[in-house]
Write a protein that binds this ligand. Sequence first.
Ligand code: NIG
Ligand code: FE
Length: 414
Amino acid sequence: MLLIKNIGAIYGARHESLSPLRGIEMSDDARVDDAFLVIDGERISHWGQMAELPSESDFQRVIDARGGLVIPAFCDSHTHIVYAGSREGEFCDKIDGLSYEEIASRGGGILNSADRLHDTSEDELFRQAIARVRQVMAKGTGTLEIKSGYGLTVEDEIKMLRVIRRIAQAEPSLEVRSTFLGAHAVGRAYTGRQKEYVDMLVAEMLPAVAAEGLADFVDVFCDRGFFTVEETARILEAAAKYGMRPKIHANELAISGGVQVGVAHNAVSVDHLERMGAEEIETLVNSSTIPTMLPGASFFLGMPYGPARDSVAAGLPVALASDYNPGSSPSGCMRFVWALGCIKMRLSPIQALNAVTVNGSAAMDCLDRTGSITPGKFASLIITNPVPSLSYIPYAYTEPWISRVILKGRDLTF
Ligand code: NIG
Ligand code: FE
């Protein structure tokens, strides 16, 4: 048993938390001031107020939070953290004025990463990816979704998904969810033959992925210049037969119909949403799909930010995620995502914190185990240095503030 004492306040302390927070509920801080917290093995046991602190001799270990805050570990529900090499050449092209789509049409973008991944062994890919994963764990991420999608052949998609499985095995204190994104782009061998690529994906890739049980979810890049609504529907229907629910890329480059096709196929989440109108918001209001916005991609590509504030006002359960990938968001820093949610999307600090914790967990279907400080859930949390208030964290957005990261009861600091 582990005791954390002298906590200034615990945020996200919910006795039960199996649903995402919708609309006005996102302003709920579920806060306990002047608290202690007890961890039993890898799970949260209970909390209480310092006035009722139990005897310290009953615990194997005691951590003094010195007035710092406790918040749930971040739940990053959208990443492409498994990739080979990096793409800072395209970064320089962007500085010179090329758009994301122009770079893609010159053979850069996703296909550039697919070529590199093809030339990289599974062991080397794992070595590169696990280093990034350990960095984001140190920055407080406790639940992480990872997509394939830089393979684009049966062998290379399987290679990526096996690397994701190895990451989960190598870091058991991290909760990992995997997503099959064979429809990220048309593989090079199928250039100009998009229909045949989709045929192959449905007939060969999906069964191969399912046979090894490598993916929890399925994703399609449903957007202008990538996959159509009809192709998306076909892939989602085929994946449903293998029990894979959708989490899809929609409305990044245009109002693509992606939100509607995702909701129609019971998507866990629809992600990006930089371009979203009243119709898309209305579709989401009548669904259980989590709208997930990726402000790091908007920041990096200079795109509009998703309408997070209007979505909350409409009653939606907004999640924010990093989109960590080599092309449009080369950062998995959820603390920065939290700050962008406040600075650029005008969410309040507590709304944005709920978007990167409890609602992010919902966007991975993990609410039974992560996303809040709830008895019985995994003890995955961050202890902050003493700070004047919760709002100080996204406000002082580059200041070091993490004192400790504890994932499934394991203290990463020592
Ligand atoms: O989520 N939008 C599609 N896919 C990624 C970018 C991938 C890349 O450029 O490598 C994204 O932004
Ligand atoms: Fe993405």
